[in-house]
Design a protein around this ligand. Sequence first.
Ligand SMILES: [Zn+2]
Ligand SMILES: [Zn+2]
Length: 285
Amino acid sequence: MGRLEDRINAIKQITRERPELRKPLELHTMILEAQRQIRESPGKGTSLDWNDKPLISNLQSDAIKSNKPIAGLLDASVFDSILLLQTCEKVAGIFFEKGAKEEELKELIHEMKSGRINIQDAVSAVLKGDAEPFGSYGEKFGIDPALIFFIISSLIQPCIEEIADKTDSSLKEKWWQSQCPVCGRVPMCARSKNNKRYLVCTFCGSRYLADQFLCTNCGNTDPSTLKFLTLEDNPEFRVDYCEKCKHYLKVIDEDKSGRPVPESLEDIITIDLDMIAKDAGLVRI
Ligand SMILES: [Zn+2]
Ligand SMILES: [Zn+2]
């Protein structure tokens, strides 16, 4: 995924070219900055060594064998609680600035610092894609569960990105499922190259092969009900959608000339596609 400074500079460049994207790009940069300490730690917030090739290859083969994403195979106890808590405060601070419920978020962090809520348990739920605990934290503290899920997810993102970066093509070419093989999220974006469509996970940076004719939401594979929409002035961007469930995927066609889209920014840069999808009565996953 590249060095932090390079990523931040790429974002600055796009902000100059696309000032209308300033807000989401600014939030993206603030999160990257808040994650700096974890990103610069050798284990990316864990006690593990991600240069250890057998570690990665075992995780990868276990994921293929069990058909489960790698994140779900990690034990949350490998994460450094102190580093998690420090970063959690920084990420939450971004949302205070943006007007989120400051007192309520502070209360949640206080509970995590005191150990009454174990931050590793929250991390474990994110790793397994289990939304249930966030529903109860949300209710207890009066905070949107999706915001708590987002904040805790940001703590493991550097580690999950590192894993995605180190996995090899066997996982990317053999996975054949909609959900991301590394973090388990269902992607919103894809890149098309040489008539192959690769799903792109904007959380961890994974790219993995998927059938051209597959709805990533409902699994529909009938080509007669899988359609697409394009933007007149931007032929490199299109919306692939499913007539059965009305969900869509935003596709960057790398065979058509266009400015290269930096990794992890696919969802922000294709924001115009969300508008045309919405106008067409489609639903975001
Ligand atoms: Zn992912
Ligand atoms: Zn569908």
